[in-house]
Design a protein around this ligand. Sequence first.
Ligand code: NAD
Length: 260
Amino acid sequence: MLKDKVAIVTGSTSGIGLGIARELARLRVNLVLNGFGDSGEIEAIRSGIEREHGVRVVYDGADMSKGDAVRRLIAATIETFGCLDILVNNAGIQFTAPVEEFPSAKWHAILDINLSAAFHGIAAAVPQMKKQRWGRIVNIASTHGLVASTHKAAYVAAKHGLIGLTKVVGLETAGSGVTCNAVCPGWVRTPLVEKQISDIAAQRNISQKDAAKALLGEKQPSSEFVSPEQLGGTVAFLCSPAADQITGTAIAVDGGWTAQ
Ligand code: NAD
């Protein structure tokens, strides 16, 4: 169904983005991987996916905090593959502090990477997708795009903004063959959350295992982490014909967090 399509997954050298990239490759989608990390490890991921799934995978290290670099990533992909079918805006960072202590530099970095990068990527991708009369834009937001938690002023603001952007683009592309949706994961055990688990363990003088349990217990009724593979499945669903009429919406994958 998605065979030979071309997808960019930003922030796909780790965590959720890598899970989404692997699932799309399993469905025979050609990929542009993006994100930071050790160049040897990134090459092992790239060539491993290519070998395992028989798809073409290229790596582009564009810095998502720079609007121009994001737009160049889209243009380079279209030049390399001759098309762009799926854009997954996933790269993101976190920083926690009470609002009165929140460093301005962190505020700007989170807004740039978690929100503005999606704006630049979408703006550059939509003309091509409209021309093709088919495109899927999936923005990886968060439960924090729907509800708030303390000490996450920039992250919650960026993710709420990302859901707003999703609605606007869903409206502007309606009927063109292009859809734009957001996915809102609850807790997923990736490096981004591992740091928060370590902080709880240190603050409460408890083990990593108990800290992970405490983190889940506070918010996620299922008491289980969401997996990157499950989020890959959600993105694949949004790229399937069953989702042709789903646009401008936000799908929670959060073990019941936002049902409370
Ligand atoms: P992660 O830290 O494992 O991965 C983040 C990825 O983004 C990495 O590949 C990293 O290299 C890349 N990245 C960071 N800054 C970048 C930049 N300036 N330019 C290019 N790439 C950059 O984190 P994750 O948990 O997989 O998070 C992925 C997305 O999912 C984020 O948008 C995050 O907000 C969101 N999310 C995560 C959770 C969770 O519980 N882990 C929950 C909800 C939403």
